[in-house]
Design a protein around this ligand. Structure first.
Ligand SMILES: Nc1ncnc2c1ncn2[C@@H]1O[C@H](COP(=O)(O)OP(=O)(O)OP(=O)(O)O)[C@@H](O)[C@H]1O
Length: 238
């Protein structure tokens, strides 16, 4: 469904990611992992359209979207949860969701917000609270809820677990895993390999702007790189 071919992504004249080939199939959940500065966020910026491709192509459902602006990608079903969440701190939970739902389609806004509340009951409890007063975990739920309120077909999350306590990211991760199991396509950038491997079925290891390993979770967990660098030498995903 999403396919990047020989994609080169960077900032102005600077190239960060060179010659990237990456796919996320219909209903597939895929993670991107790699050390700091590997180019994971830059890759997501290329996919969401915030950074244009310096070379290569990107297709969505077989159509070339290489030059499509970010707003039009969202309308086609690509939703991004940025690193750092970026919820509107001066708007309530409900208003945050309304803005997101309306941005893509003005119909059935209430229905879409209720769907998000069903998924994250904590947000329903806090619907009248300002975004800025939420805990980190609640803000992450709201950031994911904002993306889901757009009824995407591909949900992209940059650093799901960042700054959250294990009990919180496991709860949020479980919800994302259920969404993926239900057929939503997911592309997850995540430092926590165990979490990424629990949610996703396939992954890419990125280093210095290049894919150095790719495969299914079963294939990746057998590699020395994943075992030594990300799974603490224990091998099997818990
Ligand atoms: N606005 C920018 N202009 C120029 N270079 C940038 C810019 N933003 C990021 N970079 C560079 O791109 C490289 C990759 O950054 P990126 O944020 O994509 O890595 P990452 O894999 O997401 O890392 P992290 O895990 O730390 O978030 C870094 O060397 C960084 O300095």
């Amino acid at each position: 469904m999403l396919e990047l071919t020989h994609a080169r992504i960077g900032y102005g004249p600077v190239t960060v990611v060179g010659d990237l080939n990456l796919t996320v199939g219909d209903g597939e959940s895929v993670f991107l992992i790699g050390p700091n500065g590997a180019g994971k966020s830059t890759t997501l910026r290329g996919i969401s359209g915030l950074n244009g491709l310096q070379a290569g192509t990107m297709t969505w459902d077989g159509q070339d979207i290489t030059h499509l602006p970010a707003s039009r990608r969202a309308a086609r079903g690509i939703a991004v949860v940025p690193e750092g969440r970026h919820v509107f701190t001066q708007l309530t939970v409900q208003e945050n969701l309304e803005v997101a739902a309306r941005a893509v389609n003005r119909a059935a806004v209430r229905e879409r917000i209720d769907e998000v509340f069903d998924l994250f009951p904590r947000l329903r409890e806090r619907q009248h609270s300002f975004g800025g007063l939420l805990s980190g975990g609640e803000q992450q739920m709201l950031a994911i809820g904002r993306a889901l309120a757009q009824r995407p077909r591909l949900l992209i999350i940059d650093e799901l677990s960042l700054g959250l306590a294990p009990v919180i990211y496991q709860h949020v991760g479980e919800t994302v895993r259920e969404l993926a199991a239900g057929g939503l396509s997911v592309l997850l950038v995540e430092q926590n390999a165990r979490l990424a491997m629990r949610i996703c079925s396939r992954g890419y290891l990125l280093a210095h702007g290049e894919v150095v390993l790719a495969g299914t979770v079963e294939e990746l967990e057998r590699t020395d790189e994943m075992r030594d660098l990300y799974l603490g030498g224990l091998g099997k995903v818990g």
